[in-house]
Ligand binder design. Sequence first.
Ligand SMILES: Cc1cc2nc3c(=O)[nH]c(=O)nc-3n(C[C@H](O)[C@H](O)[C@H](O)COP(=O)(O)OP(=O)(O)OC[C@H]3O[C@@H](n4cnc5c(N)ncnc54)[C@H](O)[C@@H]3O)c2cc1C
Length: 373
Amino acid sequence: MGNEPQVAVIGAGIVGLCTAYALLERGVEVRVYEQGVPGNGQSGGLWRIFRHAHDDPRLVEATQASRTAYAEWGERLGVEMVSGDGAVALGPSAERRLPLLQRLGVPARRIDAEELAQCHPLLAAYDGPAVLDEGGGSIRTTATIQALTAMLGDRRVGDEVIGIRPLGERVEVRSGGSTHTYDRVVVAAGRGSAHLARTVGLSLPVQHAAHVRLTFAVRGQAPARLATLQDSSGEFGETGIYAAAVPGNTAYALGLSQTTEAREDASLVSSGELGDLAARAGDYVRRALPGLDPEPVDVRHCWVTLLPWGEDGMAVWESGGLLFPAGHNLWKQAPALGRKLAVAAAGQELDPVLTPSSRLGAPTTLSDATVRR
Ligand SMILES: Cc1cc2nc3c(=O)[nH]c(=O)nc-3n(C[C@H](O)[C@H](O)[C@H](O)COP(=O)(O)OP(=O)(O)OC[C@H]3O[C@@H](n4cnc5c(N)ncnc54)[C@H](O)[C@@H]3O)c2cc1C
């Protein structure tokens, strides 16, 4: 590594990796602390959905910036970070969000049953409202994590951060095997961020919950094109389904948006609920996706971090040279969020849209109001 880094990033999940890469883009040296395997926390698994559709126009704009960054970085690093297969949304919320997407220039449109069958050949017959977001798709999580981690080289330290402490102009970071000081520290520690924030007297209003996603094998030949799916229609017995293809389209991973609540000490309130959610996901596959074998081939249980004002809410808390990003569904937001964190970590003002008081991602009627005008 060249010069002693000015900035530390705690956590090599997708948010920490994107922040570190964005700092390097700006010529700012960085050290990344990761206690485990990069990308194996909340960012783990083979896929995520990239979609532009949200009710808050500021979030739509944030995903547009992220989509551009994924394309740019993917080209530079020689990997496909988001598939070009599109994101399909079914049901009334898809239709409600469409005017906003179109007004903001997202290439999204209503599609008929025939086109739906082309971009989603695994789906049972459906002729209700369906929207295709052509800029959406399956995020290639493994390839993205590997490419960004490789860029770090020896800037990554395999160690747990135990303590952080503002020291006037600098911030001290104590890990298992070292103590260093930095100009700024970005705490992108996922579920560990609230814990570290408490050590500097900050209480992040996050709630932790657990998710389950199951992977099902595609029957027969893998389709050449396989869009992601968000189903709020109720047509197949569920109103909160999220699903995306794994690389190669040989399997499709699916889960309910519903999570299992956890207490503050991270114990699950109802340990049986994850099993119930998994069973409902399997039943949905039997009803809605005849192109899949309904016996799951893989399962992923994972923690998520939720903010009180909305499922897609995100914000950054600042305190004495420290920046704490938090929120849910951050894979689709991470590159643009990382770039904004890099600007602030380099000493400029944090984009006000990310301050907690702006409640980015709150379910708002602003989008509808703006569109109606
Ligand atoms: C099943 C599931 C499905 C999802 N689907 C989607 C989706 O379709 N689209 C989407 O955009 N998002 C989705 N999300 C949400 C998304 O995955 C997360 O918002 C995102 O991965 C969070 O990334 P992160 O970098 O903040 O956290 P993490 O990936 O958890 O990274 C934090 C890292 O910090 C490290 N760490 C923690 N404490 C310390 C410490 N003290 N010292 C050193 N290292 C530390 C951890 O080991 C970890 O690697 C989904 C999440 C789940 C669980």
